[in-house]
Design a protein around this ligand. Sequence first.
Ligand SMILES: CCCCCCCCCCC/C=C/C(=O)SCCNC(=O)CCNC(=O)[C@H](O)C(C)(C)COP(=O)(O)OP(=O)(O)OC[C@H]1O[C@@H](n2cnc3c(N)ncnc32)[C@H](O)[C@@H]1OP(=O)(O)O
Length: 391
Amino acid sequence: MAGVTGRLVRGWCLRAVRSSLQVPAQLHMSKTAMGASQKDFESAVNQMKLLKKDPGNEVKLKLYAHYKQATEGPCNTPKPAVFDLINKAKWDAWNALGNLPKETARQNYVDLVSGLSSSSDSSSQVKPEADRKQAGYETLVMTSEDGITKIMLNRPTKMNALTTQMYQEIMLALEAASKDDSTITVLTGNGSYFSSGNDLTNFVISPDELEERARRGAILLRDFVGCFIDFPKPLVAVVNGPAVGISVTILRLFDLVYASDRATFHTPFSHLGQTPEACSSYTFPSLMGPAKAAEMLIFGKKLTAAEACARGLVTEVFPDSTFQKEVWTRLKAYSKLPRNALRISKQMIRNHEKEKLHAINAEESRILQERWQSDECMNAIMNFLSRKAKL
Ligand SMILES: CCCCCCCCCCC/C=C/C(=O)SCCNC(=O)CCNC(=O)[C@H](O)C(C)(C)COP(=O)(O)OP(=O)(O)OC[C@H]1O[C@@H](n2cnc3c(N)ncnc32)[C@H](O)[C@@H]1OP(=O)(O)O
């Protein structure tokens, strides 16, 4: 009986909404953003030889230390005499990396060099100081100013619900932000919502397409979340209003989460016949304990901003009336901090669990691929679309 209902629902969805969905090609982040290969490392070493501007002693020491760690592992030479100042500074820098894995050191070295190259490239170009809006996005507004790249979700009349095009544009925007000369990257929403999560019209498809679309949806989801796991710079969420679904679960992959006191945090996965994503099945219990995580992820309890802050999901809550002013003043000050130190510190905090997060992301995406084809999920989507069509 349920199967028949499911088939009817799927047929109804197609007829009722008459959507002409196109399936865009899947987008993959470049290998460099995912982890530096030996080739990336060698090319960064060669790039350093061509650098025209002296990056200063502090940076040179970091480069030295990461080069040694990447090629030889933890510091293995005797400590130089106290008066041998240069060699002692080099030894201290290398020794300070402790047991940092070779791969991480290699990635950090590549990031350091790429930061130096992009800042020397940018200094050779004449760019206006004013807000630089970047063209080419239909669902986002991307701007760069004062060392901050801002990615703003821009479907305010649909509460910034995430279409498949939007997931792809966000991935492109993150890739661009990871390589630009900004210090901090911010994600925020235009209008009253931060985001209402996955756009449920992503499910408006014909029954014979469902299996293939679910397969592609799972790849899209995995790649999308993967970009956040791997994002190399400090990433800040400016949660301007309510957040639903994946726009809540993804927050644990940000480095700072600032919320207006008007924001709410809602993950109604069970109501939609779906299951948690963006690694939240692991990150939420580890953040707030399994009992509180269950309340959100299994039973769909909606949290206020203050509650989300108490559970560690939000860094700080601001009154809505002063939210934008206070947050941007704070971020502008942070963006003046030494860029490479921020990046390296972020990576030191995040690298420990990266591999685990990728594995969890893959598993959650696989489970959702099955869920999307279930009658429970299709019935829930139909309920939403029926209300929308005022049937
Ligand atoms: C085959 C499968 C392929 C799938 C590929 C996907 C790949 C990645 C998947 C990642 C998994 C993510 C999961 C989630 O995020 S689960 C959460 C999903 N979101 C919701 O359930 C929210 C649904 N929306 C609402 O409940 C309400 O709209 C809301 C409470 C957000 C606001 O209510 P309000 O009454 O204030 O406003 P309206 O409902 O009138 O909204 C205004 C218009 O915006 C449209 N809208 C809003 N949110 C969504 C949405 N999420 N999906 C689609 N449309 C949305 C709403 O319909 C109104 O539109 P109209 O003016 O045209 O009626």
